[in-house]
Design a binder for this molecule. Structure first.
Ligand SMILES: Nc1ncnc2c1ncn2[C@@H]1O[C@H](COP(=O)(O)OP(=O)(O)OP(=O)(O)O)[C@@H](O)[C@H]1O
Length: 289
């Protein structure tokens, strides 16, 4: 025990806690730290860094025990290999790190800080919402595949550039027309900003989440993929089953009813944080779907 305490004070002398008298700055620091830790944990949970993280925790405990009990040979080997381990971790986590940095770069932090009222604006009008719901329900009945990404705070221009510019008011007829099979614009995703369709045939990043059901193809993977790296809402109409699914912040809500669809759209329209659900669960196939 004494050896453990000595080891902790020798190695963690640099980890000075803030002064005991709590000042407003201390509270701000605690809040910022709590927010950063929460964000890191939430990110780890939604990416497959989660399983790797569990492995690292086991290794971390093992290394701590080696140091506590002063196993000199093992300590020597660890010291020699530390740089290599850090490099290996960066290579293993490279896709997750890249996604995290990309998403940080897209967030309009300054705008949000200085124009907080933007949060209370509606993202699109009621008319646009009704048109999107009507269009998707009709495409679902006709089993026409569709992929619609609605922009929120994170800018989607880089994905728009992968497609064809449209710039037209959202109407159900326009959406149905775009996704009509064997027409030039039907492949890929449509991007909606405010009340306008800005682009069609856009290419979205595919999710590599291994918990995503194997029965889902690339349309659903692309819908989830864009929701992992931006705060957009994706509507996916399955060509195979005619079911409507919604992807938000890396989670997929499959086979939503029209009522549920409207409820989620109203939440999104008013920029309320959509509650995430444990989405990647296996569902029992419904009759006829
Ligand atoms: N990366 C991508 N970005 C945008 N759209 C994509 C992407 N990948 C696939 N798609 C769209 O998905 C279509 C293929 O869907 P696929 O059948 O593989 O997926 P699915 O999830 O099984 O959907 P469905 O249930 O409609 O069959 C493509 O024709 C294309 O329109």
């Amino acid at each position: 025990m004494k050896a453990a305490l000595q080891w902790i004070s020798a190695h963690f002398y640099w980890m000075r806690l803030p002064s005991i008298t709590i000042t407003p700055i201390d509270i701000i620091q605690i809040l910022i730290l709590a927010w950063i830790i929460y964000k890191i944990l939430a990110w780890i949970k939604t990416s497959h860094a989660w399983s790797l993280m569990k492995g690292l925790v086991v290794i971390g405990v093992f290394v701590a025990l080696i140091y506590i009990f002063q196993m000199t040979t093992l300590i020597y080997i660890i010291n020699q290999g530390l740089g290599l381990v850090i490099m290996a971790a960066m290579v293993i986590f490279q896709p997750e790190l890249r996604k995290a940095l990309e998403s940080l770069g897209r967030r309009q932090i300054v705008t949000r800080l200085f124009m907080p009222n933007r949060q209370f604006e509606q993202l699109f009008s009621d008319r646009t919402m009704n048109e999107m719901i009507r269009g998707c329900e009709e495409m679902a009945r006709a089993k026409t595949g569709a992929l619609i990404v609605i922009e929120q705070n994170d800018n989607l221009s880089e994905y728009e550039r992968t497609g064809i510019e449209v710039d037209a008011l959202v109407t159900s007829q326009l959406l149905i027309n775009i996704f009509e099979k064997n027409t030039p614009l039907h492949d890929g995703a449509v991007i909606v900003r405010g009340d306008r369709v800005t682009a069609a045939t856009c290419y979205l990043p595919l999710s590599d989440n291994m918990r995503l059901s194997k029965e889902l193809g690339t349309r659903h993977r692309a819908g989830v993929g864009i929701s992992e790296v931006t705060d957009s809402l994706t509507i996916i109409v399955s060509e195979e089953t005619g079911r409507i699914s919604l992807a938000y912040r890396g989670s997929l809500e499959r086979g939503v009813t029209e009522e549920r669809f409207r409820e989620r759209m109203i939440q999104f329209q008013n920029k309320s944080e959509l509650k995430r659900r444990p989405i990647f669960r296996k569902e029992k196939p419904k009759n006829g779907t």
